[in-house]
Ligand binder design. Structure first.
Ligand code: B12
Length: 244
């Protein structure tokens, strides 16, 4: 058992900071409404430290409060897909020795999502924060389809080119659109009997490896992912399949 709780001033004081918008004009009564709302959530010693109008009929609040609850971190299991990253040379060597051909990878922002910076960071030659992207590796053949790609087009492409891995990106999460699109992709691959033939990888700032597993993906990569983590996962995954 290893109980932890948030703290601000002194260990275990339970201090948290919340921020939210209410659809009401700002006034002192709006501050008080925000305070009572947070108290109703179960927090104690609630104080509104910022409250202001952000548009006609809308107010934004920052609130400090204390939570009475704690979490037993010894019970939490959330294995990362990014483990013991290999260097670019090691990845290329692994693919050359165990696969003996280039590994084909296709990436896209699916649905209506137009946020390409994340998937580009992983795939583009230039890479991210000094770590080269998959296009730079000798062992990968990379197809970057860009933004707003329908799952139908992505699956058709994957089938026609016989790719080894699909990298799907979702940055917008409004109204669960990310989950709906990831799910539609996994289901279409199943329906077309190609799911087992390839590695299916989800990515984006709100993606976790746990979430991806729940959605039937082989891995999920979230905030701050480096290209070498993804390259390592794909190279190991495809090499293991070659042996199996
Ligand atoms: C740049 C940007 C835009 C640009 C995108 C340009 C482009 N070509 O990408 C433009 C102006 C077009 C844009 C538009 C919109 N945006 Co915008 N945008 C951003 C912004 C400022 C930065 C995103 C970014 O580039 N991050 C940098 C990259 C490197 O980080 P990343 O995406 O997390 O990627 C990393 C990891 O997540 C991971 N990764 C990502 N994908 C994948 C995929 C795989 C397979 C793997 C392995 C890893 C991986 O690896 C990357 C490297 O570590 C964010 C706010 C923010 N500060 O994050 C808002 C933000 C994402 N946008 C937002 C919104 C709401 C919109 C709009 C709906 C706004 C509007 N009302 O029109 C539109 C939607 C357009 C559309 N159809 O998608 C919201 C999304 C809220 C939500 N969660 O739903 C954000 C969070 C802003 C906010 N706080 O409200 N946006």
């Amino acid at each position: 058992m290893s109980l932890v709780r948030p703290y601000g001033d002194t260990r275990d004081d339970g201090a948290v900071q919340l921020s939210f918008t209410l659809p009401i004009a700002w006034s002192e009564a709006a501050d008080e409404a925000a305070r009572q709302l947070v108290a109703k959530m179960g927090f104690a010693e609630v104080s509104v430290v910022e409250g202001r109008a952000i548009a006609a009929g809308f107010s934004f609040f920052v609130v400090y409060a204390r939570t009475p609850v704690a979490i037993d971190v010894s019970t939490i299991r959330a294995p990362s897909a990014a483990r013991d990253a290999l260097s670019m040379e090691q990845v290329d060597q692994l693919i050359a020795q165990r696969v003996g051909r280039k590994v084909k990878v296709v990436g896209a922002c699916i649905g209506t999502d137009a946020h390409t910076v994340g998937i580009d960071a992983i795939l583009n030659m230039k890479g991210y924060k000094g770590d080269y992207g998959l296009e730079r590796y000798r062992g990968f053949e990379v197809f970057n389809l860009g933004s707003q790609i329908s799952v139908e087009d992505l699956v058709r492409f994957a089938r026609e080119r016989e790719v080894d891995a699909i990298l799907a990106s979702q940055v917008v999460t409004q109204k669960g659109s990310d989950i709906a699109n990831f799910t539609a992709l996994a289901e279409l691959l199943e329906a077309e009997h190609v799911r087992e033939r390839l590695l299916l990888i989800a990515g984006g700032p709100r993606v976790t490896n746990l979430l991806a597993a729940e959605l039937g993906y082989d891995a999920g990569f979230g905030r701050g992912t480096m290209p070498c983590d993804v390259a390592t996962f794909i190279a190991r995954g495809i090499s293991d399949r070659q042996l199996g």
